[in-house]
Design a protein around this ligand. Structure first.
Ligand code: LTN
Length: 327
């Protein structure tokens, strides 16, 4: 039996080339190895205020883009969190087995609650909702970035506690710290990561950027005053970042990229990077447009929701029984 993984995507900001190279392309490579559940964590997106239209558009865009990038609906159960009506009920049962102290100690909570004095209670209880997501599908592994590791550890604590109090209900999951693909940095400030919530759009290539816009961003990317196309993130962050992008999209090693462009100037090199990026964007955007309002996506989400709803219903019924919530 294949081990089970669960990946949650919070539909905020817009997906970037950095998300593709660093994460989505890795998921595509790994999709045969496990039984994967992949869901849009839309209920997690509303812990902070969110615009209705933007949220709805993001939900659809995220799904269509992941599929367009090569996530295979036959190898991943894909669903929308808010389609699973048992999740909030389960979350409540878990909340009553979670301590206020545990939640208030979460690093992400401490940071985010500092940014706005009027934060919602949801910002505090969010890790329990995440625990629910994980425990409902009996995930063995939860691929997460290092920033979410603490939440998976809390999930383990909650699950172990619940099992001890009420009987074996949950499988104990493990965080799988994902081997990130190449990290892509911002084109204007190449010492920081390309972020899907960055304010200055010049530094970020969106997966839905018109290719000509992306080309301009690459042509005006920050470089350095030397003339050599050499990989050294410390001394040449701009050029190194462009080398990384070219290397990842063409599946060429860094040293082969250096060799290929050893006699090129920065302008020529940038043109080549731009060509590769534009070709990639054109390809995935074509597929994105076919998918985004299609019956195909509707069906994928319907099937995914049906499968996970059954799992969630079963868990909920067992939990109710064990706790004593029944007639
Ligand atoms: N908290 C995650 C999104 C997320 C998630 C999950 C990830 C919600 N539920 C369950 C893994 C498993 C984030 O902020 N990226």
């Amino acid at each position: 039996m294949k081990k089970i993984t669960l990946t949650g995507l919070k539909p905020t900001g817009s997906l970037t080339l950095g998300n593709y190279i660093g994460s989505i392309s890795q998921m595509v490579k790994m999709q045969d190895e496990y039984k994967n559940y992949l869901f849009i964590a839309d209920m997690h997106a509303i812990t902070v205020p969110n615009d209705r239209e933007a949220l709805h558009k993001n939900i659809k865009d995220f799904i269509a883009l992941y599929l367009a990038c090569g996530i295979d609906p036959k190898k991943n159960v894909i669903y929308l969190q808010s389609d699973i009506e048992y999740i909030p009920s389960i979350s409540w049962l878990l909340e009553c087995n979670t301590y206020y102290g545990e939640l208030s100690r979460m690093i992400q909570f401490k940071e985010k609650s500092k940014q706005n004095a009027n934060f919602s209670v949801g910002l505090l209880t969010y890790p329990v909702l995440m625990a629910t997501d994980i425990l409902v599908v009996d995930a063995d592994y939860v691929p997460v970035g290092i920033d979410q590791k603490q939440h998976v550890e809390l999930t383990r604590d909650i699950a172990i506690r619940f099992n001890n109090r009420y009987g074996e209900v949950f499988k104990i999951p493990e965080p799988l710290i994902t081997k990130v693909g190449t990290k892509v940095n911002d084109l204007v400030d190449p010492t920081k990561k390309m972020s899907k919530t960055e304010e200055n759009p010049k530094g970020v290539i969106g997966l839905l950027d018109p290719p000509e816009v992306a080309r301009k961003k690459i042509m005006s990317a920050t470089t350095d005053s030397e003339m050599s196309i050499k990989y050294n993130p410390e001394t040449k962050p701009g050029i190194s970042n462009l080398i990384s992008i070219y290397s990842a999209l063409t599946d060429t090693s860094i040293s082969d990229v250096e060799a290929k462009f050893k006699d090129a100037n920065y302008g020529e090199f940038k043109r080549n990077v731009a060509d590769v990026v534009c070709e990639f964007l054109e390809r995935i955007q074509k597929r994105y447009h076919e998918l985004v309002d299609s019956e195909e996506i509707e069906e994928i989400l319907r099937n995914g929701a049906n499968e996970v709803r059954e799992l969630a219903k079963k868990k909920y019924e067992v939990m109710r029984k064990q706790i004593g919530l029944y007639r």
